[in-house]
Design a protein around this ligand. Structure first.
Ligand code: MN
Length: 296
């Protein structure tokens, strides 16, 4: 099933070129703050699914092209992100570590945006903001200490994810924390529909230029390992998102660009890039020592 959020917090099931509005069946209040209804929907999905499926035929529908798609999980408890999780990206970054011996970092939930939202570049003169195309995993169940062989128990579904970053040597979390620096979508494809996430082609273009092209089989720390590692440290909750790491080919975006990401079996997001008027900080006022990528 393809579960979307659209038009101001409504819950939809994507059916071809239409979206069926199942907000009422799911018991989600589009107006609620914080927007944690999708977390309860994910937690209770197994019980709700038969009612959702039974209601699809009679649910109100609009053309998908007319819907404004939003972040499927706008208020996750956390976004867990694995750095340097493809060897070729590690080489381009000249990183002497990998996710297997580095662990993960967190992105703030407030950085999460949706497929219909622009990436807003902060005021960081002299710095580059880079795209990182990633497979996103949406957690479906509260788990702690899950072993790798049981990883599927924890997974609700998958999204396309962009881990945007200001390049530099400063604290990684700081550079990746800006609002709109975690576009997710275009919807959640539930795990039953995407039975083998371990061999998915993923591509990213900036405008018409293909920048990143890889397959998730090349992940250094694999998906079971990422879930085992994260749940060893902390409780994973329904709606938590794991950003699984980016392959080689990261690079800058500027205002006016459109970032397009596709992942087999999930779909496509086209995210515009705009210049914002916020985000200037002392931290980024210091000189940048380029280039940290593409040195060899
Ligand atoms: Mn990343």
């Amino acid at each position: 099933m393809r579960l979307a959020r659209f038009n101001g917090g409504r819950i939809g099931v994507c059916l071809g070129d239409e979206i069926a509005d199942v907000t009422a069946i799911c018991g989600v209040d589009p107006e609620e703050w914080p927007a944690v209804g999708p977390l309860r929907l994910i937690r209770d999905f197994a019980a709700l699914r038969p009612r959702i499926e039974a209601g699809l035929a009679s649910a109100p529908k609009i053309a998908l092209a007319q819907a404004r798609l939003e972040a499927p999980v706008p208020w996750p408890n956390k976004v867990i992100a694995y750095p340097v999780n493809y060897h070729a990206h590690g080489r381009e970054m000249q990183a002497n570590y990998r996710a297997t011996n580095q662990g993960f970092f967190l992105k703030p939930s407030s950085s999460v945006s949706g497929p219909g939202d622009a990436v807003e570049l902060p005021q960081v003169p002299g710095r580059e903001v880079h795209h990182e195309s990633e497979l996103g995993i949406v957690i479906g169940k509260q788990v702690r200490g899950l072993s790798r062989e049981n990883w599927r128990e924890a997974v609700f579904g998958y999204v396309c994810l962009l881990d945007m970053v200001v390049r530099g040597r400063e604290e990684r979390v700081f550079r990746k924390a800006y609002d709109t620096f975690c576009p997710t979508g275009p919807w959640i494809v539930t795990a039953d529909e995407l039975t083998d996430p371990t061999a998915l082609d993923m591509k990213l273009w900036v405008n018409d230029e293909l920048r990143q092209s890889a397959n998730t089989r090349d992940l250094v720390l694999d998906i079971p390992g990422m879930i085992e590692t994260a749940s060893a440290v902390m409780t994973l909750y329904p709606g938590d998102i794991i950003a699984t790491g980016t392959p080689e080919g990261v690079g800058p975006v500027v205002a006016g660009d459109t970032i397009r990401i596709t992942i087999d079996g999930i779909g496509e997001m086209r995210v515009p890039v705009v210049q914002g008027n916020q985000g200037a900080t002392e931290v980024f006022a210091q000189p940048y020592v380029p280039p940290i990528i593409k040195q060899n």
